[in-house]
Design a protein around this ligand. Structure first.
Ligand SMILES: Nc1nc2c(ncn2[C@@H]2O[C@H](COP(=O)(O)OP(=O)(O)OP(=O)(O)O)[C@@H](O)[C@H]2O)c(=O)[nH]1
Ligand SMILES: [Mg+2]
Length: 721
């Protein structure tokens, strides 16, 4: 029985024939042309029953073909949503990179669906872990205190954790004017709040410079957000600031409706109208965020310095009630995680250097083996998955993307001692004023700033890079986009020498509604990715980036209100395909970064007016996708009401939109795989679902079939694929 009979049975969806082939000794993981397995084919066809059967019969879900594609890459590329879901449920790795660094879900364009799948992918290992190790509940929740600068966050935290005896003296002795000590980064620590219990408190800095790293720690699982503001600000300011923080919380979370408590400070300095102001603000915010956040309906107006006031007690009562609710729905923690949590303080003391609570993977593994009383660890992957879960809980920070994972035993060290220092404007001031707006910091300077923290500057640099805070081209100079202060000067994007010959294209990614924002850190992280993925160094400013690669110049610009990113590309050589590739590459970077650091943000994609771009108008003019689709269905002309002119959709989007290409591909079988310069990325256009290199595979396969002399009857059907 030859291999192709097996493949044809898979293609036909003939379950019985597949079983027969395998019973007759055919290898379920047999490699056909280009190293593809039967599972690649079933996934490509979107045959979920066949995929299930093959995996049941031992098909390797992670098998890669010659391009490094797994079955999940193939299913995603073909838009076979049910198969993608099934493969993830069967444990397929969503992080598997093909030989050009593209991950399977990079091919899924629908924002909601992609995020759903990414969430699903984190659920699967959790359930596997629970099955393997059993679960226990930990009586603990996370409280994130956020809000603007000097709102009283750190003061409230102190007051909450003060016991009744100390509180008596604290309330009486605290001077009226205490100097304000801004929190650098995020102050993290587990503390006991009398009458509430053990809480992991995350006190976020209000100063905007530090917000760049906040989004990494605002996960809502098991979390209560306390959002603070000062009642002494005028109503409009309060509204703006609180709205910003609520949008921020929303942007960082997709899963549930996070619990939020609004707290106004400086009750001692306001008159009777203060309560009314706090109440109105609560009402306003509750109505705006009713679908996204679960905001408590209690009004809190506190003197944050006083522990023994009625309102403070009321706040503790609410925390206790919310804690009980959270714990009821809390998911169990894998047993191994609970054991590790208990050992963390001991390991920090005994196994790390005093100021650097970090373990490399081998050291961490040894500590775990010692804890378990075993000499070797058979299931290293199991420990890795458990550690990822501990990371999710905020108990440790687990950096697993490096060759050797790194475990930060005390999140506070990274959040305050490292990020706090990096983002503090005073630490790296000189270089940020360079004329080209490139904020460069040298290795020596990093070493100097962190001399009290660690001597292992390389470790620090790995961590900073892993959190997308910086990039280096030579290992000596480091660019931190989050530190840039200079706005892009207008003369950096001037008309070209021959505007008539230059082609322009542009897209816009815009926040969808008033509760949406790009989380802080989104744009600097996009800039870090641009530096990593493009061949030539981009020029960077606080609100923009300009890149040059091959024939294309591109401009990525944050809108003045920070709610849209505009991408413009142009080629003086009228090189439309390169423009399109560059546009798509940048769009992919934005999408990935949104999913990673701003997953709760819903966005809308728009197409920029090419003529307005060519005319270098100050304002940005765009068309909605609906307008474009409508025009394409009719005469291909789209009219802009404000601009007062019409444009041909083909001038706006080179090659048309995704779905159109898919149709063309289905008929023409064009292979549209293009090398994107620089990173050597193979770049598949969003609409290339139908352009996978199956024709070439099939030609090869058929060649062999013919040689073997067993040309099947349904060859025609195969060729059509
Ligand atoms: N009178 C009065 N002063 C307060 C109150 N809450 C905080 N303060 C004072 O306001 C200043 C700022 O308080 P912090 O708690 O440090 O503010 P924060 O929100 O942590 O500020 P950042 O860490 O910079 O984001 C300090 O001087 C506090 O003593 C309050 O309710 N009443
Ligand atoms: Mg503070």
């Amino acid at each position: 029985m030859d291999g192709y009979e097996f493949l044809i049975a898979v293609q036909r969806g003939d379950v019985q024939a597949v079983r027969r082939c395998l019973q007759a000794g055919r290898d379920v993981n047999h490699r056909f042309l280009n190293d593809r397995t039967a599972l690649h084919w079933a996934s490509r066809d979107g045959n979920t029953e066949m995929v299930k059967l093959l995996v049941q019969l031992g098909a390797d879900v992670e098998a890669k073909d010659k391009d490094g594609w797994t079955a999940l890459h193939v299913a995603s590329l073909h838009g076979n949503n049910e198969t993608v879901k099934l493969l993830i449920q069967l444990g397929a790795n969503v992080e598997a990179k093909d030989k050009d660094g593209i991950k399977p879900l990079d091919h899924i364009r629908d924002q909601d669906h992609r995020r759903f799948l990414k969430n699903l992918a984190t659920e699967v290992p959790y359930h596997k872990l629970m099955k393997q190790s059993g679960g226990v509940k930990v009586d603990r929740f996370k409280m994130c205190i956020c809000g603007p600068q000097e709102a009283g966050k750190s003061t409230l935290k102190e007051s909450l954790q003060t016991g009744p005896f100390t509180a008596f003296f604290r309330d009486r002795m605290t001077p009226d004017h205490q100097p304000h000590e801004p929190t650098p980064g995020v102050n993290v620590g587990t503390t006991n709040i009398p009458s509430v219990g053990e809480v992991s408190v995350w006190d976020f800095a209000g100063q905007s410079e530090y917000a760049v790293t906040h989004s990494m720690f605002m996960n809502a699982e098991n979390t209560i957000f306390v959002v603070m503001y000062s009642i002494m600000d005028d109503s409009r300011t309060q509204e703006k600031k609180v709205h910003w923080w609520l949008c921020f919380i929303k942007s960082c979370n997709t899963k549930s409706k996070p619990n939020v408590i609004l707290v106004a400070s400086h009750a001692d300095q306001t008159d009777a109208g203060g309560h009314q102001k706090a109440s109105s603000l609560l009402e306003l915010m509750t109505s705006e965020f009713r679908n996204q956040l679960d905001i408590s309906d209690e009004v809190f107006l506190l003197d944050c310095r006083k522990t023994r006031k009625t309102d403070m007690r009321r706040l503790k009562d609410l925390l206790t009630r919310l804690k009980a609710q959270l714990l009821t729905h809390q998911r169990a923690v894998p047993k191994l995680c609970a054991e590790i949590i208990k050992c963390l303080p001991k390991w920090t003391k005994e196994k790390c250097s005093p100021k650097c609570p970090v373990l490399r993977w081998t050291e961490y593994k040894e500590a775990v083996m010692e804890m378990m009383g075993i000499d070797s660890l058979a299931e290293e992957d199991f420990l890795k998955e458990s550690s990822k879960y501990l990371n999710q809980l905020g108990e440790i920070l687990f950096v697993s993307s490096t060759t050797e994972p790194i475990v930060v035993l005390e999140p506070n060290w990274l959040c305050t001692d490292v990020f706090g220092k990096v983002m503090a404007p005073e630490n790296f001031p000189i270089h940020l004023r360079r004329p080209e707006g490139i904020g460069i910091v040298t290795k020596e300077e990093i070493q100097k700033v962190f001399k009290d923290v660690t001597t292992d500057v390389d470790l620090l640099i790995i961590l900073l890079q892993e959190f997308q805070l910086c990039h280096t081209f030579d290992g000596q100079e480091f660019i931190f986009p989050g530190l840039l202060t200079q706005a892009m000067p207008p003369e950096k994007w001037k008309p070209t020498a021959d505007p008539a010959k230059t082609v322009y294209f542009g897209k816009q990614v815009q926040c969808a509604d008033t509760t949406d924002m790009f989380s802080s850190g989104f744009f600097p992280r996009v800039q870090t990715r641009l530096m990593r993925q493009l061949k030539n160094r981009p020029l960077l400013w606080r609100d923009g980036a300009k890149c040059f690669d091959c024939n294309v110049e591109s401009l990525i610009k944050l809108s003045p209100d920070g709610r849209a990113v505009n991408i413009g590309v142009r080629s003086e050589q009228a090189d439309k395909p390169s423009c399109q590739q560059m546009l798509q590459l940048i769009e992919n970077i934005l999408t990935n970064e949104l999913d990673e650091c701003s997953p709760g943000t819903t966005t809308e994609e728009r197409v920029l007016s090419a003529r307005a771009l060519r005319e270098h108008r100050e304002e940005v003019y765009s068309y909605s996708m609906d307008q474009i689709d409508k025009a394409k269905a009719e005469d291909g002309i789209v009219h802009h009401d404000i601009l007062g002119f019409s444009e041909d959709v083909n001038d706006l989007l080179y090659g048309g939109r995704d779905d159109e290409e898919e149709e063309q591909g289905a008929v023409g079988n064009t292979i549209k795989q293009t090398i994107v310069y620089g990173s050597g990325n193979v770049f598949l256009r969003a609409g290339d679902h139908a352009h996978i290199d199956m024709p070439s595979v099939m030609q090869g396969d058929l060649g062999q079939l013919q040689i073997e002399g067993s040309l099947p009857d349904d060859l025609g059907q195969l060729q059509l694929e």
